[in-house]
Design a protein around this ligand. Structure first.
Ligand SMILES: *Cc1c(COP(=O)(O)O)cnc(C)c1O
Length: 365
């Protein structure tokens, strides 16, 4: 069995397959970059076969040849990560807590019965790819290079089992500012019918299946005029879990509350950064079960001062309104609160190298 071994060895030298000149793409216009639609000329790929990761290489970006019976296509045995590279004012390219992403990927691998990767090697491979594609890292304000490491199971076999063949790959997508017109609070629908994940399931893993389970509720909420869904726990549908693909925070009577990690919540790296920064700012942070009905009571009494989501894509996304059944709760008069703004400014300041980094979260490529 190829699963759950200790951190595997470094698969060795990284090969390079050059792209023919006619395959090289024109760089996009940085002023109107979208999210996740444009990809660079190259990708990093390695294969898992015969019990080891092998054949690490950088090759031209392009489609994989896959058997239609490949297990990932039927049973979703896959994991992914999402992180960014940032262009600093001095032109250098910076990474933020990147090793944490590969360590979290291994946690996801364990749950999905996928062989682990060597995090140091994966980080080095990602840096190699970024150096090759450095010209693609945008420099317009608040743009980033979004990085998507992924592992898929590719055994051509319809039996339900842990696959023996996998592909690990990293693709790069230059992406635009998340809030092109400045941070603006969003309307959130509290979902009390569908659930995203349950304890004992895969909620703590970054895996496609969790997203497949979330699409219907997200689509219904959008149709009703909401940006995202606030997920409740899968058993009592009462305790707050997370919002869309972000973790959630509430400022209550000066304290910062966030749901405690319980197995069905994704342990966000932005979440952990927000907790550390808020504590450094002298704010008391409380990780606990948060009852949505109690939260609405606090809101009605004027004790809920701010709410915001946290995640790599948006960094901080203020919540202006929550709808629970037929009740609306307006938060901070639909304005971005000072704590959300302060955390956003500090986090992006550290990421782009405008502020010092006392916690050692960043590195230059
Ligand atoms: C990726 C993700 C997050 C945010 O994690 P970050 O590491 O902060 O980007 C939150 N919730 C879900 C479901 C996610 O997939």
């Amino acid at each position: 069995m190829a699963v759950n071994q200790e951190t595997p060895a470094n698969p060795g030298a990284i090969g390079f397959i050059p792209a023919p000149p006619e395959r090289m793409k024109a760089k996009p216009d940085e002023t109107c970059l979208d999210f996740g639609k444009i990809f660079t000329d190259y990708m990093f790929v390695m294969d898992y076969a015969d019990g080891a990761w092998r054949d690490a290489r950088i090759q031209p970006y392009g489609p994989f040849m896959m058997d239609p019976a490949s297990s990932v296509l039927h049973y979703s045995q896959s994991v992914f990560e999402g992180l960014k590279a940032y262009r600093a004012a001095d032109g250098s390219i910076r990474l933020f807590r990147a090793k944490d992403n590969f360590e979290r990927m291994n946690t996801s691998c364990e749950r999905l019965c996928i062989p682990k990767i060597n995090p140091d090697f994966a980080l080095e491979a990602m840096k190699r790819l970024l150096r090759l594609e450095a010209e693609w890292v945008p420099s317009a304000p608040d743009t980033t290079m979004y990085i998507r490491p992924t592992i898929i199971a590719v055994d051509p076999f319809l039996g339900v089992h842990a696959a023996e063949k996998y592909i690990f790959y990293i693709i790069l997508s230059p992406s635009g500012a998340y809030f092109p017109d400045g941070m603006s609070p969003v309307r959130i629908f509290v979902e009390d019918e569908f659930v995203r994940a349950v304890r004992g399931g895969m909620g703590f893993s970054k895996t496609g299946g969790n997203y497949a389970a979330s699409i219907l509720a997200g689509a219904v909420a959008k149709r009703r005029g909401f940006t995202q869904v606030l997920w409740l726990d899968g058993v009592r549908q009462r305790f707050v879990e997370e919002v869309g693909s972000m973790n959630i925070f509430f400022k209550v009577r000066g304290e910062l509350w966030t749901p405690k990690l319980n197995g069905s919540i994704l342990p966000g790296i932005t979440r952990s950064s927000v907790i550390a920064l808020a504590q450094a700012m002298g704010v008391k942070v409380v990780e606990k079960d948060i009852d949505i009905y109690e939260l609405f009571e606090l809101g009605a009494r004027g004790e809920l001062e701010e709410a915001f989501g946290s995640g790599t894509a948006a960094v901080i996304s203020p919540v202006g309104m929550l709808r629970l059944q037929n009740r609306d709760l307006i938060i901070n008069n639909f304005h971005t609160g000072p704590l959300a703004q302060g955390l956003y400014d500090t986090l992006t300041g550290v990421q782009y190298g405008r502020l010092t980094d006392p916690l050692g979260w960043t590195e230059t490529l």
